[in-house]
Design a protein around this ligand. Structure first.
Ligand SMILES: [Fe+2]
Length: 300
């Protein structure tokens, strides 16, 4: 499960000071000195009990005009723009009895969705009793990433992000199934940001079966490729054919095959595309292709 980082410090700092400290020493979660530095400044930011309220009031009064661009939902507030190695954000966790959970559904707040992360991050229980997690660990290098593949999850117990606690979630290792906090809670995160992140896999899991449920981090390349192929230009089709057979990312290879197959309304021809994909030399692509062929009902 995530590592408890024991940082005792009474000092408080501003958001700007914390951001500047993280800029001065790049955040590398596998480097003990860098990790201690980031945790110390997260502790100091956490000791500042006013900064987040100030950010919220400022954001509301400015109608979000200057808020850093982000790819998250309204549950997440970006505190700094992504830098060369990290950024700061906070996440709001509705309590179990709150109307917003009934209105929007727990899944809108990532509750009940077992997942790992394709990035490491430090998290601090800034406000409230903290969300609950059922934790698991798995061996990322031991899977290829197809839906239904055994992930050999190791249960690590049920815990919550206690108030004022700092923990390190390790990329591609810690899996959690989050459950609603007992009351509204807020966590503040130092997120490890690397340029390659969109090419790193993030999975959801079926913890009952102990398998990978889906490969969920979809970068802009996937969206652009799907759109270009759907528009049907010759260059887009050539590029999709090339990516489908040779791209180093298995995830993008599956997307390329998906894009090409989606153009075929004839089920036999669609199945033939997936048959080629199945024999294309990647275990992950093979298994995804096999699953898609399994749901194509080719007329006899
Ligand atoms: Fe998570």
């Amino acid at each position: 499960m995530p590592c408890l980082i024991d940082v005792a410090d009474e000092a408080a700092c501003s958001l700007g000071d914390c951001a500047a400290a993280l800029d001065a020493v790049p955040f590398d979660p596998v480097d003990p000195e860098s990790l201690s530095h980031a945790a110390l400044w997260l502790r100091r930011l956490g000791n500042n009990r006013d900064f987040l309220g100030d950010v919220l009031v400022e954001s509301l009064s400015a109608r979000h005009r200057d808020e850093p661009a982000q790819a998250y939902g309204p549950q997440v507030i970006m505190l700094t723009a992504p830098g060369s190695s990290s950024f700061l954000r906070c996440a709001i966790w509705p309590g179990a009895g709150e109307g917003v959970l009934g209105a929007s559904g727990q899944e809108s707040f990532v509750y009940g969705l077992p997942h790992d992360h394709n990035f490491s991050f430090l998290t601090h229980g800034y406000f409230g009793p903290g969300y609950w997690s059922e934790f698991y660990e798995y061996d990322y290098d031991g899977v290829t990433g197809w839906a239904g593949e055994a992930a050999h999850l190791r249960p690590m117990g049920r815990h919550r992000l206690e108030s004022d606690r700092i923990m390190l979630y390790r990329a591609h290792r810690d899996v959690h199934l989050q459950l609603p906090a007992d009351a509204l809670s807020v966590s503040v995160n130092v997120m490890h940001a690397v340029p390659a992140i969109r090419w790193l896999d993030q999975y959801t899991f079926d913890v009952e079966r102990g398998t990978i449920a889906a490969n969920v981090d979809c970068g802009p390349s996937e969206s652009f490729l799907r759109l270009a192929v759907a528009l049907g230009g010759d260059e887009a089709l050539d590029l999709a054919e090339h990516f489908a057979r040779r791209h180093p990312s298995d995830r993008l290879r599956v997307t390329a095959w998906d894009s090409l197959a989606a153009r075929e309304t004839d089920l036999a021809r669609r199945d033939a595309i997936w048959a080629v994909a199945e024999g294309s030399g990647s275990r992950m692509v093979e298994m995804e292709a096999r699953a898609r062929r399994g749901v194509i009902a080719v007329p006899a």
